[in-house]
Design a protein. Structure first.
Length: 79
């Protein structure tokens, strides 16, 4: 086995591509919308799963104390 992949890295929401506000809002809206669609389809398990993902992302992006990561400027001036 060449290298072990840490599965927790796939749950890391502090990726640079998620810094723009519109991408974060879109990600939460898509997961929330998919949860609603699954309710209408009749799949409560998938609805709960996608609803939980939307709630987790909303918390991580907008409510969490670590959400200041997303409002920091990309390029910090070096001193």
């Amino acid at each position: 086995m060449a290298g072990k992949i840490d599965w927790r890295e796939s749950l890391n929401l502090k990726h640079p591509s998620l810094k723009p506000l519109w991408i974060r809002v879109l990600a939460v809206a898509v997961c929330g919308g998919w949860a609603v669609a699954e309710i209408f389809i009749g799949s409560p398990y998938w609805s709960i799963l996608f609803g939980a993902a939307a709630a987790y992302m909303a918390y991580a992006f907008f409510i969490s104390p670590d959400s200041s990561y997303f409002s920091e400027p990309e390029n910090k001036p070096e001193e």
